[in-house]
Write a protein that binds this ligand. Structure first.
Ligand SMILES: [Zn+2]
Length: 485
């Protein structure tokens, strides 16, 4: 019988503050010369004192409110001691005994089923520096020496610790995805896994036959959504094999090796006592009174599930809503198109199919999209009014997205006249096609076009000549009239 899977996640998010957690160094460290984004405080020069960044407390609280946690009036910092070269002080300042927020939950949906993942707490801590191991072949180990860069040291993090409520790799991936979406909606963090501003550690165990929890293993170094799923799947099969062969799971930390597709033992898992936590006496407790918490609540931006509910009122399908609300900026764009007068259902179709297609082709995201919501609304309205065919509308969108040109000019250049081709102008096109294809016309008139292929061919030529500007039904009727059919 398959052993039940138990997964809990610790997600670190770099907070969107301008400066580090305890000094005024910038948090904008990516791409800078190593060890230039530092000061005596984040380098832990003796005699310096940390000074808490209020913005980090505000952002962590906002995330906590978004996760329905209880924001604590009183929280404290401690020192987590461990010696590693990326940690200038040889201890990390982190919240341990009394974190800034406790409890809470996040809803996820996998295979159409909603599940509640409970949270244990959310706390604040400082990031470490970065070690660079220059291996010639890109492997994780085996470097002759290591280099250290403290530019990232002291950047504020919030760590969201879940209860072990997830029971498959797919649920774990979905949880991280929803958490990241929330962080982005709230402007708490950019949540980029590639740059390391969102990092995931997973605790995974397989339950025993009596239902009790098995030994848990911690997995680190999963740098993409794909690798979260792959690492957990690998680990489940590894643990099953060990147990099937009568072996024992060792409590340890394992590193995911993405290139090899395996987890490797890194070290035995530390327990709390290994870290010799003790209070950080250089920092006063963090006091947030109720009126301040109320203030945080009042300033909360719209949450993803609130937006989903609102979009449901537009009469959109569940799938459309999920695609349109995935990214806050895309949702805003869609709403602006609707506010500019495009019918909600049509606008949803255009944004979901055409805008996303163009963004994909151009390799950009909605923030870099040239077509303003007002212009797209006008375009959608023209297509709706049959002033433009669907095909021509899409072509015009392509032009607008790639060139600095107004909608009116793009329409003009496309060859479409101000209105739909009808009456005399349509007649003119039909006459031209008829006179240019005497053989085909002959065949039709002789009654030899049994399957209707020839007449369809002429209809196609008319539509092409009209650049899609004619109504197909009207064009077919006029053509038949012209041929005396
Ligand atoms: Zn500093």
């Amino acid at each position: 019988m398959a052993r039940p899977i138990v997964i809990g996640l610790e997600v670190h998010l770099q907070l969107n503050t301008k400066t580090k957690l305890f000094c005024s160094c910038s948090t904008d460290y990516i791409g800078r010369t190593p060890n230039t984004n530092v000061c005596p405080i984040c380098l832990a020069v003796p005699g310096t004192l940390p000074l808490l960044n209020d913005s980090a407390v505000a952002l962590a609280s906002r995330m906590g409110i978004g996760l329905r946690c209880k924001i604590q009036n009183y929280s404290t910092f401690g020192r987590k001691n461990y010696f590693y070269a990326d940690l200038a002080k040889a201890y990390q300042i982190t919240q341990y005994e009394l974190p800034v927020a406790t409890g809470g939950y996040l809803e996820i949906e996998v295979n159409g089923e909603t599940k509640v993942v409970r949270l244990h707490h959310l706390h604040l801590e400082e990031d470490a520096g970065k070690l660079v191991h220059p291996t010639t072949d890109g492997r994780l180990t085996g470097a002759a020496y290591s280099l250290v860069d403290y530019n990232r040291g002291g950047v504020p993090l919030t760590e969201v610790v879940s209860e072990p409520d997830m029971s498959s790799p797919a649920e774990a991936k979905e949880y991280v995805s929803r958490l990241r979406q929330l962080a982005r909606y709230l402007d708490v963090s950019d949540g980029e896994m590639e740059s390391g501003s969102l990092r995931v550690d997973a605790n995974i165990s397989l339950s025993k036959p009596d239902g009790s929890l098995g030994t848990r293993v911690e997995i680190k170094n999963m740098n993409s959504f794909k690798s979260i799923e792959r690492a957990l799947e690998y680990e489940i099969s590894r643990q099953n094999k060990v147990l099937d062969s009568g072996g024992r799971i060792v409590q340890e930390t394992r590193l995911w090796d993405d290139a090899e597709g395996v987890t490797r033992s890194m070290r035995n898992k530390e327990t709390a006592s290994d870290y010799r936590y003790y209070p950080e006496m250089d920092l006063a407790p963090v006091v947030i009174d109720d009126s301040e918490i109320e203030d945080f609540r009042r300033r909360m931006p719209e949450l993803p599930w609130e937006k989903r509910e609102r979009f449901a009122a537009f009469g959109l399908t569940k799938e459309e809503i999920s695609i349109l609300t995935e990214q806050r900026e895309l949702a805003r764009y869609y709403e602006d198109v609707v506010s500019a007068g495009a019918p909600p259902a049509r606008a949803a179709n255009w944004v979901r199919m055409e805008v996303l297609r163009v963004l994909n082709e151009l390799g950009i995201d909605i923030t870099g999209f040239k077509v303003k919501p007002g212009a797209l609304a006008e375009l959608v309205k023209k297509v709706e009014a049959k002033e433009l065919s669907n095909t021509l509308g899409k072509e015009i969108l392509d032009v607008l997205a790639r060139e600095d040109i107004s909608l009116a000019d793009a329409v003009k250049r496309s060859g479409a006249s101000a209105g739909r081709l009808t009456g005399a102008s349509l007649d003119e096109i039909i006459k031209k096609i008829v006179s240019a294809n005497p053989d085909v016309v002959e065949t039709i008139k002789n009654g030899e076009d049994k399957k209707g292929g020839k007449i369809k061919f002429l209809q196609g030529l008319v539509m092409k000549e009209a650049r899609g500007q004619a109504d197909p039904k009207e064009a077919a009727e006029s053509l038949a009239k012209n041929l005396d059919l």
